[in-house]
Design a protein around this ligand. Structure first.
Ligand code: MGD
Ligand code: MGD
Ligand code: SF4
Ligand code: MO
Length: 748
């Protein structure tokens, strides 16, 4: 075997960038990992974390059999047939007694695995389940709703070329989100003609590289951005040509901004007004501007308003549809809906944005006597008992349900509350992909081939969903046989048969992923049955973006599908020109309507809105969930992957630490309205006074015990955005004390 044959192409599963990797195997171990230069987006780049992926594949304890919880709370291993028939019967019983809409679906993919989730829709459709959510409903739904109003969909910044790059509550040095982030940040920092502006209360690695760091007081970005926008208006740095030609309703927006008291708002956010002015002038005079907002603002007070103000920053200055600016983009399939209309949840009337129930509302929708409460939950590829605010409330909610089914590779905190646990094959043991297709002008997609056989006893999610659907008997054998016969005749025959079936029975449309898996799937090369759903998605690309697809070198949908199946390092599926961004704007005349009445009202009310949420009892702002060099959500269930910061220390400003008599390495107790935890302290002048921060992904209940803080034992369901319902994970009022009781946090 030559060296090249021993390297297998795959991708990193730890963040949305999914950098292409080459892995050399030694049996089932990842002997060596390196960046894949052939990957069209990452081009050989990786960060420090990808090299530790063997700890995902081989580090934790895997599930190898379906489990059923017995009345005494213990779990019994059962075979797959028993598990599938009991779960199908249990879900049917809930549907028959209470209606399929009482079956709630959560998850469907993490940072690396969305292919299973693509099949879950068919199961939901078959059961009549209507409500669902994912982690996106605790970060991006407010931004998505703003996008729906403005450009009509998600936008991406061209940081490779932007003259001015703005990061709001985003630390790409650690969290990425920008392809080849560290390289791009270094290029910006080195180039005197380009400017980086960072809004962050913490002097992060990214802030240290910035030309202008605006060290806002935690939770005050709305005032800072309003002041910057007011400077743009007052000093006439607007792109009037762009506003006249490409937007509508600018007048009420500019009126609201004229009313902003710039000095007072700068005072509120704690940034010298000259620095606010300098940042605004740099943005207002730049040839191109790109911005990225993330959890620091999306999980803080006024988050939806902040999303709006962020987007006004580049819209009022005409930074759309040109090199170095902001762009909508193609998708293989959108991760969320983009509706301006707000639907509501059945019990509490919480806003459903992008099709998702706000994460903070899920427990409230269950812990009630209301007849419309959810009765069952299917949870896949997610660990909500650890990742949702107020874990105690979420555990109680799971316990109150008639039926909980968890599909995971490990016996997680969530699996421990399930009635049935189904063991999935790992992300390197099956065909996998993500739908984080967020790039412009070159958008890429990577279907990963398995490196290993599934661990005995485990199944890929598409097969799990198919088995449940077979058991439910939702599609007649005759129909499946007809489609299978067409598939054997070739793609053209298949397309005809598939389209005919959809035309005569529109109800089958929702079951399409299952039909494809059962009929087209078996004809695909190399056992890539799970890729069948991508055939429909490539038809979608061909219909929506035919020219961009052809520019990427694919003459039609089937050619693109075949390229995806064959391209082990990923493919570029659309190539746009910068000006093509306008084709993605769905509004009349392709004009961007700038006024969002609810948010203009919030902007006008900002002068009287509460600035601080701390109190004498809880004087600190705790940011619960900082991304660091060795955090990766809860994807690794093996603490030994961390080379640094093994305890996940609480970062504290030196003055605060001195006031409390704390030094680095000491233990302290952090207490919030919902809970209390012991932590190790790291004293650092990166933090401002009154602000403390804990990393995400710690506090798992592993066989060796719990290391670090399980953040959501401390967070609160009621601390959430008034519009989107997204949590204030970065803004939890807290108290800090030296810990005389140097004990271990007990597991719940
Ligand atoms: N290393 C690593 N990378 C990851 C992940 C991981 O677990 N580990 N997870 C991935 C996921 S799921 C996501 S969503 C992204 C998140 O990526 P980021 O949003 O970049 O990550 P965070 O560190 O949570 O928050 C960013 C910054 O917000 C700042 N912040 C806190 N409060 C405020 C505030 O009031 N205003 C402002 N302006 N800033 C504030 C924090 O100091 C922090 O530097 O990261 C992804 N990448
Ligand atoms: N306090 C606080 N809470 C937070 C955050 C914060 O900053 N602070 N961040 C929030 C954010 S942005 C996010 S994205 C969420 C993330 O939280 P979750 O959505 O819960 O996702 P992960 O932690 O990524 O967990 C992924 C799960 O998938 C499982 N898994 C891994 N591979 C596979 C597979 O191939 N198949 C299946 N079926 N399962 C698999 C893992 O074992 C794990 O249980 O956390 C949120 N929660
Ligand atoms: S940036 Fe790092 S964590 Fe994210 S996908 Fe690439 S290698 Fe993995
Ligand atoms: Mo996230």
């Amino acid at each position: 075997m030559t060296t090249t044959e021993r390297w297998h192409a795959t991708a990193c599963i730890l963040c949305e960038n999914n950098c292409g990797l080459l892995v050399r195997l030694d049996g089932r171990r990842f002997e060596k990992i390196r960046g894949d230069k052939d990957h069209p987006a990452s081009a050989g780049y990786t960060c420090n974390k990808a090299l530790r992926l063997d700890h995902y594949q081989n580090g934790g304890t895997r599930l190898t059999s379906p489990l059923r919880r017995e009345p005494d709370g213990t779990y019994t291993e059962i075979d797959w047939d028993t598990a599938i028939s009991e779960i199908a019967a249990g879900l049917s019983a809930v549907r028959d007694a209470h209606g399929g809409d009482k079956i709630f679906y959560y998850g469907g993919g993490g940072q690396g695995n969305h292919l299973g989730g693509a099949y879950s829709g068919a199961l939901r459709r078959a059961l009549g389940s209507r409500y669902r959510s994912t982690a996106l409903a605790q970060e991006k739904t407010g931004e998505g709703w703003v996008d729906a109003h403005l450009t009509g969909g998600h936008t991406t910044g061209d940081f490779e070329h932007a003259e001015v790059s703005v990061f709001l509550g985003k630390n790409p040095w650690q969290s990425h989100g920008v392809a080849r982030a560290r390289t791009v940040l270094q290029q910006i920092a080195k180039d005197p003609a380009r400017t980086m502006i960072v809004l962050d209360p913490v002097r992060t690695e990214t802030a240290e590289m910035a030309d202008i760091h605006l060290p806002v007081r935690p939770g005050t970005d709305a005032w800072c951005l309003a002041a910057m926008l007011a400077v743009l208006v007052r000093d006439d740095l607007l792109d009037h040509g762009f506003l006249a030609e490409h937007t509508t309703d600018a007048a009420p927006v500019l009126d609201a901004l004229r009313a902003v008291d710039i000095d007072a708002y700068a005072e509120v956010c704690g940034v010298p007004v000259d620095l606010v002015r300098a940042a605004a002038h740099r943005i207002g005079t730049a040839g191109s501007v790109a911005t990225y907002e993330d959890l620091g603002v999306q999980q803080s007070p006024n988050s939806t308003l902040v999303s709006y103000l962020n987007k006004l920053l580049w819209l009022l200055t005409g930074n759309f549809a040109k090199r170095g600016a902001m762009h909508p983009h193609s998708w293989l399939v959108p991760l969320a809906g983009y509706d301006r209309e707000i639907k509501r949840t059945p019990v509490t009337g919480a806003p459903i944005l992008g099709g998702m129930v706000p994460c903070n509302s899920i427990a409230e929708e269950i812990l009630t006597d209301h007849p419309d409460r959810f009765r069952a939950m299917i949870i896949e590829s997610s660990n909500p008992a650890h990742s949702l605010a107020d874990s105690a409330a979420f555990r109680a909610a799971l316990d109150a349900l008639d039926l909980v089914v968890v599909i995971d590779i490990a016996f997680t905190e969530t699996a421990r509350r399930a009635d049935y646990v189904l063991p999935a094959a790992s992300q390197f043991e099956k065909w996998e992909a993500t739908f984080f297709t967020l790039e412009f002008p070159h958008n890429t997609f990577h279907l990963r081939a398995p490196l290993l056989d599934p661990l005995p006893g485990t199944l890929p999610e598409p097969e799990i969903y198919a088995r449940l659907l077979r058991e439910l008997g939702v599609v007649s054998r005759r129909r499946l046989a007809l489609l299978s016969a067409a598939a054997r005749l070739g793609r053209r025959a298949y397309l005809g048969a598939f389209a005919a079936l959809m035309a005569i029975d529109k109800k089958t449309f929702g079951l399409a992923p299952y039909l494809l898996y059962e009929t087209l799937g078996p004809t695909l090369p190399d056992g890539a049955r799970s890729a069948a759903v991508l055939w429909a998605l490539t038809q979608r690309v061909a219909k929506l973006h035919p020219a961009a697809m052809r520019r990427a070198g694919h003459r039609n949908a089937d050619a693109l599908f075949d390229a995806i199946l064959a391209g082990r390092s990923g493919v570029t599926f659309t190539v746009d020109d910068y000006a093509d961004a306008w084709d993605y704007v769905p509004h009349p005349g392709k004009r961007i309507p700038l006024a969002i009445p609810e948010l203009l009202a919030a902007l006008r009310d900002l002068g009287g809105a509460p600035v601080a949420h701390t109190s004498d009892e809880f004087p600190f702002v705790l940011s619960a969930g900082e991304r660091r060099a060795f955090t990766a959500n809860t994807i690794f269930r093996d603490d030994s992957w961390r080379r640094r910061d093994p305890q996940g220390a609480l970062r504290v400003n030196p003055d605060d630490a001195a006031g409390l008599g704390l030094s680095s390495g000491d233990r302290a107790r952090v207490t919030t309205a919902r809970g209390s935890a012991l932590t190790t302290v790291e004293v650092t002048d990166r933090m401002q006074r009154g602000h403390v921060s804990l990393p995400n992904g710690f506090g798992l209940d592993l066989p060796g015990g719990r290391t670090g803080v399980a953040l959501n034992e401390l967070t609160d369901l009621t601390l959430r955005d008034s519009i989107a319902g997204t949590p204030w994970h970065k803004h939890v009022p807290a108290r800090l004390e030296p810990a005389p009781d140097q004990g271990v946090t007990p597991c719940p």
